[in-house]
Design a protein around this ligand. Structure first.
Ligand code: HBI
Ligand code: FE
Length: 296
């Protein structure tokens, strides 16, 4: 999933997109906008249904159990879900809601929404010709990739803590370091289970090709989650990841990000000044490395 610099929203006014993609004029001052469900066409609903059906059938053995259990909360895939129906269920489960946005929004606004337990979901869907790849996150990436794990209490707490941390990071000019944490956990994270590695990152779970790649491909490296090492690690935005970070549990993720990050940013910056950043695909001496079962 190519990530456009969220500070500069991609203006790709829809050639017939519904709602108009990238039309930020329809958003409120907090960048949210109501989901105008009546605008979706039969083709839009069909695209959603086909994306959902294709992705659902490849989850077993690749997606984490918590995701598989929660994805049913999106409801039947015959039509694009109504955000308020999902929010009603989500609010009862973990106090989160989903809110419509016209696309990627500036980091400050994004962090503020997460801190309030409001997850921004893009309200437009990719065009049929973008079925296998869309540059910016669309409604399928956000709904299918991100929303199910917001039903998991521990992960939901992590997402709010991340948002609160993001507001502080903005003041410390540490958004780039914190964005790496989001990228390597929320978007492309793996979790170790007794039956092997499983995906929990939304960018993986909503991708037809990267879901299998992330858990099985010998072409990628998988290393143990270590916060400061992760924050020194560059990432790729328009190919499958070369490095995936593996956590042992969502509790570990929440605990690692509970303390104030001010000293963490200082230590990471000092280490980068001394030893530089780490390229994707690198395995450091002595760090925990996960092998994948040899191609059966
Ligand atoms: N905006 N709508 C939306 N969705 C995202 O996932 C998102 C964003 N803006 C910024 C952003 N993600 C990343 O830069 C995070 O690391 C903050
Ligand atoms: Fe995402």
């Amino acid at each position: 999933m190519k990530r456009v610099n969220a500070g500069v929203a991609p203006v790709t006014y829809g050639q017939g997109d519904r709602p108009p993609r990238g039309d930020y004029g329809r958003a409120r001052s907090d960048y949210t906008c109501a989901q105008d469900w009546s605008q979706y066409t039969a083709a839009d609903h069909d695209t959603y249904r086909r994306l959902y059906t294709r992705q659902l059938q490849q989850l077993p053995g690749l997606a984490c159990d918590e995701f598989i259990a929660a994805v049913q909360q999106l409801g039947a895939p015959e039509q694009i879900p109504r955000f308020d129906a999902i929010s009603e269920r989500l609010l009862k489960a973990t106090g989160w809601q989903i809110v419509g946005v016209p696309g990627l929004i500036p980091e400050e606004a994004f962090f503020a929404l997460l801190a309030e337990r409001r997850f921004p979901v893009t309200d437009w869907i990719r065009r049929p010709e973008e079925f296998d790849y869309v540059v910016e996150p669309d409604i399928f990436h956000d709904l299918f990739g991100h929303v199910p794990l917001l039903f998991d209490p521990t992960f939901a707490d992590y997402m709010q803590a991340y948002g609160a941390g993001g507001l502080k990071a903005s003041r410390l000019d540490a958004c780039e370091l914190l964005a790496r944490l989001y990228w390597y956990t929320v978007e492309f994270g793996l979790i170790a289970t007794p039956r092997g590695l499983r995906a929990y990152g939304a960018g993986i779970l909503s991708s037809a090709g990267e879901l299998r790649h992330s858990v099985t491909s010998p072409a990628a490296e998988r290393v143990g989650f270590e916060l400061q090492r992760l924050m020194r690690s560059r990432y790729k935005i328009d190919t499958y990841q070369a490095t995936y970070f593996v956590i042992d549990s969502f509790q570990q993720l929440f605990d690692a990000t509970a303390p104030d990050f001010t000293p963490v940013y200082a230590a990471v910056r000092a280490r980068i000044a001394q030893d530089g950043e780490i390229d994707a695909g690198t395995v450091l001496p002595g760090e925990r490395r996960y092998a994948v079962p040899s191609a059966a």
